[in-house]
Design a protein around this ligand. Structure first.
Ligand code: UN1
Length: 511
């Protein structure tokens, strides 16, 4: 791959720097890492990883910059984010190319990811004039009770390889209008994308009056780098996206220092296909949700809970769709399924298929490695469907690969119980044309997930809604709706504009 011009300002001796604080690139003092493209296993660029001392430098800079950024009026902060959105639009193709190269996404999905960033910029710009607090009726005469939202501080963001730009952007664009500064630890797999994303903010900030030096910083490294970020008391909020194991570790450390964590962790997303479902529509939704991004979205479809009468027909329809899926080089026009991120992901998929078989499952299709017609050196796999007699233990785990279990049901109550009977609670959907069933699924006794779809697949949420889920998914909500409140601190102000001093609760004290 040609070195993206978006990266050139940052490189030091041909290597990516482990630490970029504002516009300043610093060679990482830690070990050099050599990530590979999932497309063909070719090395991308060496990256010098950050030392924990350098993490400290980034946090000091972010703290200093926060002190001035919080003084800039929110609509003006929104103007900065508007300019970032414009710059991202201009560089969409180049940014998407990096996502494709480092995460192995097909071009349409890589561009979709950059579009999510543009969308969240627009959302955040609107928010910058709507950081509303309530005015509350005071019980005391001549008193005002006003709720206000203030900038929170420098915040830490940890993101995963599968959405190397959008997940950071959900956090960073909203945090910037809220008056916060950001220290970002991306996945080491996608550090070049991170540097290019950061460069967009840096370029805008360089010409923006009032923008401090270190609005945004990037620190690259392994789990040790992440740990020192998470443990740092100067960061009031850590927003982390990734595995439940990682999220639990983050929550423990941040919780122990009574900081805030915003977690977006694993999903184990299911779709119920009801007797009245439009099966043709369901098939299209299932294919995108199950095999899109090669099954490596946190919202990917893992479990298909199908009314017994439809199991045979739907399985046949899916098998014939799967048989003609274009699998291969994600850079090529027409490819729908790109590579898995690495060999370990393939091994985990095989282990889950084996476990499913031991638990009574029948492999309907897929699961084989593909070596013909795909770039050598990448890990390509045929998306798999496994028919299960009931919901067994393996189905309670998230396998980050294109592997979907099909399980029959007889009654809606049983389907919902199965649907909710897993530790995760991110995304869910039902295909039905029965209005009662649809509303039941959306109700308090329906899906227990953060995202609930009716006649759409589990993946591909849009920006306006709050994104995230319950249980082991971590409970956090990002990007849309009122998720901005997590990046601010609330103060309840009481103002006495009278000349007496009435106490609340009618207390008389020494009068
Ligand atoms: C993720 O996989 O971490 O809803 C995020 C979706 C995307 C975001 C996925 N908008 O599938």
């Amino acid at each position: 791959m040609n070195i993206s011009t978006l990266l050139l300002p940052n490189l030091i001796d041909g290597a990516a720097p482990g630490c970029v604080i504002g516009a300043k690139s610093i060679a990482g003092a830690g070990p050099v890492m050599n990530p590979k493209s999932p497309i063909n296993g070719q090395p991308t660029l060496p990256v010098s990883s950050c030392s924990t001392a350098q993490v400290g430098l980034a946090i000091v800079a972010a703290t200093g910059s926060f002190n001035s950024w919080r003084l800039v009026p929110a609509p003006r902060r929104g103007e900065l984010v508007r300019q970032v959105g414009d710059l991202v639009r201009k560089n969409k193709a180049e940014l998407a190319e990096l996502v494709c190269w480092e995460a192995g996404k097909i071009r349409a999905e890589a561009e979709g990811e950059i579009q999510e960033w543009i969308d969240v910029c627009e959302f955040a710009v609107g928010l910058s004039r709507q950081l509303y607090g309530n005015s509350i009726a005071s019980e005391r005469p001549e008193h005002h009770l006003i709720e206000q939202w203030q900038p929170l501080g420098p915040i830490g963001v940890i993101s995963a390889f599968n959405f190397p730009a959008a997940v950071w952007a959900w956090n960073a664009m909203v945090a910037l209008v809220c008056g916060d500064t950001i220290v970002w630890k991306p996945s080491e797999q996608t550090s070049l994308t991170a540097l290019a994303c950061h460069e967009m903010v840096t370029r805008v900030a360089a010409n923006f009056e009032g923008a401090p030096e270190a609005l945004s910083s990037v620190i690259i490294g392994d789990a040790e780098v992440g740990k020192s970020l998470v443990a740092d008391e100067r960061l009031p909020l850590i927003s982390a996206t990734g595995s439940t194991r990682m999220g639990r570790a983050v929550a423990e450390v941040v919780g122990a220092r009574l900081g805030r964590s915003l977690l977006e962790l694993g999903g184990n997303n299911a779709m119920i296909v009801a007797p009245s479902a439009d099966l043709d529509l369901a098939v299209r939704a299932i294919v995108f949700a199950a095999v899109g991004t090669c099954g490596q979205r946190c919202t990917s479809l893992r479990r298909l809970i199908v009314h017994r009468d439809h199991v045979h027909k739907l399985s046949k329809q899916l098998q014939s769709s799967y048989a003609s899926l274009p699998i291969g080089d994600p850079r090529e026009e027409g490819t729908l399924v790109g590579p898995l991120v690495n060999e370990a992901a393939f091994e985990r998929m095989q282990a889950s298929i084996e476990a499913a078989k031991e638990q009574g499952g029948t492999l309907l299709c897929g699961g084989e490695a593909r070596s013909e017609g795909v770039p050598a050196g990448g890990v390509y796999v045929e998306p798999a469907l496994v028919l299960m007699p009931e919901q067994t233990e393996v189905m309670r785990e998230e396998t980050f690969a294109p592997l979907t279990y099909v399980v029959p049901y007889d009654t809606l109550d049983e389907a919902i119980a199965m649907h909710n009977g897993v530790p995760q609670g991110l995304s869910s959907s039902i295909f039905t044309t029965d209005v009662r069933e649809a509303h039941r699924f959306m109700s308090a006794t329906g899906s227990d997930c953060g995202l609930v779809g009716v006649n759409i697949g589990t993946s591909g949420a849009e920006i306006g809604g709050a994104f995230g889920g319950e249980k082991e998914t971590g409970g956090g909500r990002e990007s849309g709706s009122d998720s901005w409140k997590q990046y601010m601190r609330r103060s309840t102000a009481t103002i006495n504009y009278g000349t007496a001093l009435p106490l609340a609760q009618g207390i008389k004290f020494g009068e």
